[in-house]
Every structure is written in C-alpha cells, then in structure tokens.
Design a protein around this ligand. Sequence first.
Ligand SMILES: [Zn+2]
Ligand SMILES: [Zn+2]
Length: 255
Amino acid sequence: MRTGMDYHIHTFYQRCGNWTMTVPAVIRKCEQCRLTSIAITDHLNHLGQLDAFHYIKRDIQDTATDLDVYFGVELNFQSCDGDFAYNEEIHEKLGFEVVIGGIHSTYTDSQNLREVLEIQHRHFMKTLENPLVDVLVHPFWFCRSEVAARSPEWWEKLIETLPDDYISAWAETSRRNHCAIELNVAAIFYYDALSERFKAHYVDFVQRLMEKGALFSVGSDAHDINWLGSTDYAEGLLAALRMPEEQVWRPSRHS
Ligand SMILES: [Zn+2]
Ligand SMILES: [Zn+2]
C-alpha cells in the first residue's frame, strides 16, 4: 500500500495552525518525515476568511519540493442544517484541489444517543453527497467541552452501537460519490479527551465501513509542526485492517 500521505494540515495564515506552521516549514518537515503526498487544508468557516488562501496558494507554488503538495480547504457547517461557506464559484476561482469538510458540533444538549446520532447522520450525508467535497472529516470528533458534557461510557456506547443502516448509507454514499471518510490522527486516535475504549470501538466502526466499501483518507490535522508525520499511525491501521488498495482515496489534480 502506498504510504506517506497526509491530506489534512493547517497553517499559520488562518491562525488555525500555530506559528510553526508556515507553508515552507510544513513542506520541509513533511520531507523529513518521508511523506510523499500532502494537502494543506486550512479552515474556511465564513467568507471573510477567503483572503488568506491566496497566500497559502502562492507559498505552495513558490516552495520547491519533490513532494506532491495539493492546495486544499477544510469546510465547516455554518449552523445546524446550514451550509458550508463554499460554492462552485469559489471552488473554481481559488482552484482548490482537495476539499475536506464536515460537522464540528453536536448542535444539541441532548443525552439521547439516537437524537445526537441523527444530527450527525444528516450532516455526514449532506457532506458525502456534496459534489464539491472530497473527504468527510473526523466523524465523531467534538471539542473538549462537548465531550465533557457526556460520560465516557455514553460516548463509548454511541460508537459501539452505530446502527447498520447508517453505516451502510455512509459507506455506499462514500463509494458512489468517491468521497472518502477520514482517519484523523489528532482529532480521534491521539485525542486525549476520548477514552481508549472509545478508540477501540472506533476501529470496529472503520472496519464496518470498510466491509461495506467506503473509501478512506488519512490526515494528521496537524496544528503544530511536530504533529506532522503522525499519519503513519492511520496508515498502520489501514494495513492492519487489510484495507483494499482501491478503498484508499488519493487526490487528483484539475485537468
Ligand atoms: Zn475539523
Ligand atoms: Zn482540521
């Protein structure tokens, strides 16, 4: 299986990544970590954030490297059942090559598993069905305060009891639309707000998606230079699960 991929990296331009995350520094560090193919994907949460992408694109073009470096963006829903701050015009004008996106909140205080899951499901489907989006990011990541608002056991049960009909819908839509589901290192596997038991069930979740034909992408979600290279964990997981090569998503350039 091809290794050395990372399709989820932030930069200092959008103040998502810290000061270590300039484009040339990211590229040099990725070379040292023996990565071969990466996407720089800063947040676009609202249209006021568009300007920084011109600088990111310029810096990618100006940094000589043998790495495959894709110019990307990470989208977030602007509200529950709202839209991404994105459309065909922005896509073409900026020339984004990798578009990753997803839900970043539970959008509810409910402790009812089914209710919380239903909101996630709607947003996963909306993302997977969006023809402009290549990757559904970090399913079931939530910020620390949202994780802390429910017990570890509650989260473990959520991930352990995901219904088959949801798994089938996500996997089939992923495959049909060629939209990958992300294995995110910082937001899931190395995220200390989530229990080890949750992460063990998460691997089962990935396996269930795999068996139903979903595509997968790997991302570090690095916000600090020292997080680059951590996608070897996700690639190790793909190998351990014996992920078929054709289910490992890779970007393709605009023609
Ligand atoms: Zn995110
Ligand atoms: Zn991110």
